[in-house]
Design a protein around this ligand. Sequence first.
Ligand SMILES: Nc1ncnc2c1ncn2[C@@H]1O[C@H](COP(=O)(O)OP(=O)(O)O)[C@@H](O)[C@H]1O
Ligand SMILES: [Mg+2]
Length: 243
Amino acid sequence: MLNIDNISFAYPGGNPILKEINLTLVKGENTALVGPNGSGKTTLFLLCCGILKEQAGKIEVDGKFIQHKKFNSKISYLFQSPDDQLFSSTIFDDVAFGPLNMGVEKKDIHGIVREALKRVNSEKLSDKSSFHLSGGEKRIAAIASLLSMNPEVLLFDEPTANLDSRNKRKVIELIQCMDETLFISSHDLEFLLETCGRVIVIDEGRIVADGPIREIMSDEELMKRHGLEKPHSLIPHQERHHY
Ligand SMILES: Nc1ncnc2c1ncn2[C@@H]1O[C@H](COP(=O)(O)OP(=O)(O)O)[C@@H](O)[C@H]1O
Ligand SMILES: [Mg+2]
């Protein structure tokens, strides 16, 4: 579905951020992307959707190469901050923005927007301005603004950042119902355990582990080596620390 073939990248004048990254996402599967701060997770997502241009390698989505600054409706990026995604005067307009840009006819827009908001259980947000939404509502509305474009691959960059547990639960339930291919970066490993079957660990620009999420996250040594902690829920009860 998404094929990243030997991608290398450095910001202008900077050190290499990503070095020869190779990975393929399987259609319909959710894959987690973890790594310490600054390990290049956001950079990889920005390359995947064509916002940044790779210095070497190729990225392919559903058989088509990603081209720099060329919009590809098959892949959508959920920004780390919903404020970067929502910029219209109403949520309706935000959710309509993608399909209108794709050339969908005006008469079909209402139905598409309603459908996208319905998928995230938020039809009531349609006429509101993002300025008046809570952090959780913004996050959900931003997801609707991707779904309206009907993408096959969704890149979620820290989707639970700044959410309280009730809103986090909403995002988890939403992801569990989605049949698109998801690539999700997060520091919230418990959240990833609930939503992803596979994890990719990156550190210093390279993939250092790729496989079943429970197996990899249970490997305390590996996790520690890359600045991560084994999730609490994977530690057998009797071994947990008591305070
Ligand atoms: N626009 C930019 N210009 C120069 N360096 C950047 C830019 N954006 C990010 N970086 C650097 O690239 C590295 C990777 O950043 P990023 O992809 O945001 O990592 P992560 O999402 O894993 O925290 C960091 O060292 C960061 O400082
Ligand atoms: Mg990031």
